[in-house]
Design a protein around this ligand. Sequence first.
Ligand SMILES: Nc1ncnc2c1ncn2[C@@H]1O[C@H](COP(=O)(O)OP(=O)(O)OP(=O)(O)O)[C@@H](O)[C@H]1O
Ligand SMILES: [Mg+2]
Length: 241
Amino acid sequence: MNEAVAGAAANMLEIRNLHAWYGESHILHGIDLDVKPGECVTLLGRNGAGRSSTLKSILGLVGRRSGSIKVQGQETVGMPTHKIARRGIGYCPEERGIYASLSAEENLMLLPSVGPGGMSVQEIYAMFPNLKERAHSPGTRLSGGEQQMLAMARILRTGARLLLLDEITEGLAPVIVQSLGRVIRQLKERGYTTVLVEQNFRFAQHLADRHYVIEHGQVVAVIDRAEIQQSQDKLNALLGI
Ligand SMILES: Nc1ncnc2c1ncn2[C@@H]1O[C@H](COP(=O)(O)OP(=O)(O)OP(=O)(O)O)[C@@H](O)[C@H]1O
Ligand SMILES: [Mg+2]
């Protein structure tokens, strides 16, 4: 195996020159991104920058895309969404997607398996104790935080090892945000790979190995965890914080 091939195989997710369109609207303009197994990276940026579209592109949920998206070394541009997901991807969309008429536990069981080694219900309830208490409550009766936990728990059931999480802290109380932070840390310890779209930089900075700042559908800065302090001014300017 030559060096280039060995390098490619080492990435869980490798995106090159990704362009994406919704109908006639050209939204992503050449995104490059590398995530190694077990890493947590964030996509940061202002509203409308293209962060959600990047996650959706990975799963083929945009109108059209070009470029290359390799998941565990396999090219997925051109594959249908259900096949891409079976490469072991779990996606928490911004809108969470909890079914109101189903109980928490029914929601938990809903998604098909995408890989081996999904968490058991017992493991899930150990990680999210609130959900155990709410197992038989209908989706509508769950708080925003409980719905978010359920949306995450649900993808952990499927055996996904690459987690795409879109704004999981949005609108949640600080105490819930803290418990989500603990969950992300535990998942990292267990070797999960995570791409986190975040508005809450204070939350993200302690969790991620690396930050990608997106602006107008392009990566305009890549900042390693170790560089955050010295990059603070640049980050403030890019994110408007
Ligand atoms: N379904 C769609 N059809 C047409 N345009 C879209 C669609 N979804 C998003 N866009 C546009 O694509 C651009 C990027 O949107 P995206 O949702 O990726 O942004 P974002 O970085 O996630 O920001 P935020 O979540 O704060 O809106 C925006 O200009 C948005 O208006
Ligand atoms: Mg978004």
